[in-house]
Design a protein around this ligand. Sequence first.
Ligand SMILES: Cc1cc2nc3c(=O)[nH]c(=O)nc-3n(C[C@H](O)[C@H](O)[C@H](O)COP(=O)(O)OP(=O)(O)OC[C@H]3O[C@@H](n4cnc5c(N)ncnc54)[C@H](O)[C@@H]3O)c2cc1C
Length: 290
Amino acid sequence: MLAFELERPKTLEAALGILADNPGKAVPKSGGTDLIIWMKKRTIHPKILVDLALIKDLSNITISENGRLSVGTNVTLNRLEDYLDEREVLPALIDACRSHSDFTLRNKATMVGNVTAAVPSGDMIPALCCYDAEVETASLEGTRHISVLDFILGPKKNALDPGEIATRINIPLPEVAGTGCYLKSTRRSALDLAQASVACVMLCRTGVTEYRLSCGAVSPIPVRVFEAEKMLRGKSNLTPSLIEHSAELAVEAVNPITDVRSSREYRLQMIRELTKRALALCQKRIQEVA
Ligand SMILES: Cc1cc2nc3c(=O)[nH]c(=O)nc-3n(C[C@H](O)[C@H](O)[C@H](O)COP(=O)(O)OP(=O)(O)OC[C@H]3O[C@@H](n4cnc5c(N)ncnc54)[C@H](O)[C@@H]3O)c2cc1C
């Protein structure tokens, strides 16, 4: 790894100042579980790491009066999982946290880092897309809110401007009963990135059941399977033919590549299979809570 300077500002303003004073040289660090590996491999070589860990304002999880969950960039995946599990909210995101790496790494890795890394296999991305999550950013010019679907522009490319930091991810908590899940196919059972993944959310509005489906690791940008969501709207009983049809629509929505983890063909098969399993699992989970 090439030499670098480490800055540990205690306020957001100080962090933004360092980034603004060192354009192209300074990068923000959350857990560092991607960043340090990329630096060791020399795919990036920042001169200054701006470690955000000491900024207290970025270390909390809150729920606002209008039911918006807000997760700061320093919140680790283990902390997030405990918080959501205790309150029994956002089940697809709980599954996603549990599917990420292993317990030790989840004590460092963050949800914000997973999204800013913009790696297509990022485990948090499909569930966040299903829940209509947005990234909140800060720069010396002010604050922006960008939906996770629009935030990721391609592999390792996000919508942040130079000098901008992702401060939080905000998620509107569903106001109605429902359930959700996240399923991932991997080559081994731990510490592996997804070959393909599917998040599914089911929301039981009075009289109308709604579904949200999103696929991971099968496209350079996040994918919501809007055609399947439209077709499933209002169907509280998922018949085998509805599930089959949804799986075909999911396959049509994605465009995977062949790489070291999997072939394009295998990924398409896994999307078909995981979509069926995710819908069936949601149906099972909703019956268990009813
Ligand atoms: C052994 C191992 C196993 C892994 N397993 C998985 C897995 O199962 N699933 C998975 O999805 N990932 C996995 N990863 C990848 C990595 O752990 C995740 O992507 C993690 O969530 C990244 O979060 P972080 O906080 O460590 O990000 P960091 O490494 O700190 O940052 C990642 C990128 O985002 C930028 N960044 C970080 N914070 C901010 C911010 N606040 N504002 C702007 N830019 C920012 C950094 O500059 C960097 O470019 C694994 C990594 C390792 C080393």
